[in-house]
Design a protein around this ligand. Structure first.
Ligand code: RIB
Length: 311
């Protein structure tokens, strides 16, 4: 089994469920919850932990507003948090999330807080530990220059690197080429390529265009439409698992963790994406980010009852 790790954000999620998304200037009532575990990086680490992968997590968190409690939760889920720096007097990142009661779709606003302290100097000190990893997940909620510094060093060392380009910003060719797999959702793919991604044909065309922009292999996450793998001129659709979504928050994070876990177990890519689809689908069936991430047993049971492959 290869060793997995995540470099990225840790947020406290403040979640409101609304009947529908609001128009500008509109006020409506909704429910409110604070979910201690959020942040794309930590969600991916937590999901890997629940799958039994014993991942390493590197990031920065503040010691106010649930910070210390947060790390205990992650450790309980089997995450090695020794790469997370606790910064005195800072707030953790905070995400304000609205979830539509109609279809579970979300809007997310993130205040980076302590995530901004993931500086290049911090990363240089961590590099020896990161060199112990085989498969490493990145997202874009921590400073890009730090992500690039780490990714360049790990690529040179021959590690397998996965980039979840979220929140999406246009990326240079050299940046995209650092990663073995880039895993945007439809919205992110649109931002990265400037191309429409409303239909399956458009998603496939945009994924191929991202290859032309420097990506080595694009795995487009398309929710209820499944996922599309684009590599070397060929696009393959991996069909979705059918679930009734309650809240899609962290489904993409769960997908990435499922992908990394399956690759670490030596699965070939199409099977790994099928497994990732199952982990992502299950994460939509409950409210919240880490509160909704499935365990290995839950994924296996789901696959058994859905004609998939149990691990
Ligand atoms: O991907 C979902 C995550 O995005 C949330 O947990 C929130 O913290 C934001 O980072």
């Amino acid at each position: 089994m290869k060793r997995t790790g995540v470099i990225g954000s840790l947020n406290i999620d403040v979640v409101s469920k609304v009947e529908r998304f609001l128009k500008p200037g509109e006020t409506a009532s909704g429910t409110f919850d604070i979910f201690v575990g959020g942040g794309k990086g930590a969600n991916q680490a937590c999901a890997l932990g629940r799958l039994g992968a014993k991942p390493f997590m590197a990031g920065c968190i503040g010691d106010t507003f649930y910070g210390p409690e947060y790390l205990r939760h992650l450790a309980d889920d089997g995450v090695d948090t020794s790469g997370v720096r606790m910064i005195h007097g800072l707030k953790p990142g905070v995400a304000v999330i609205t979830v539509s009661a109609q279809d579970g779709q979300n809007h997310i606003i993130v205040a980076p807080g302590a995530n901004a302290a993931c500086t290049p100097d911090w990363a240089r000190q961590l590099l020896p530990e990161l060199m112990e990893l085989d498969i490493v997940l990145f997202q874009l909620e921590t400073p890009l220059e730090t992500t690039l510094l780490i990714a360049r060093a790990l690529r040179e060392a021959g590690k397998t690197l996965i980039l979840d380009p979220a929140p999406a910003v246009p990326l240079e060719q050299d940046t995209l080429a650092l990663f073995d797999y880039v895993t945007p959702n439809e919205t992110e793919l649109n931002i990265l390529t400037g191309l429409p991604t409303d239909t399956e044909a458009e998603i496939q065309a945009a994924a191929r265009a991202l290859l032309g922009q420097g990506a080595r292999c694009v795995i487009a996450k398309a929710g209820g439409r499944g996922a599309f793998i684009a590599a070397a001129g060929e696009t393959v659709k991996i069909p979705p698992y059918r679930v009734t979504p309650v809240d899609t928050t962290a489904a993409g994070d769960a997908f990435n963790a499922g992908l990394a876990d399956a690759l670490a177990r030596g699965e070939e890519l199409e099977k790994a994406v099928r497994f990732a689809n199952a982990v992502g689908a299950l994460a939509t069936t409950a409210m919240g980010a880490q509160s909704a991430l499935p365990t290995r047993n839950q994924v296996n049971l789901f696959l058994e009852t859905n004609g998939g492959m149990a691990q």
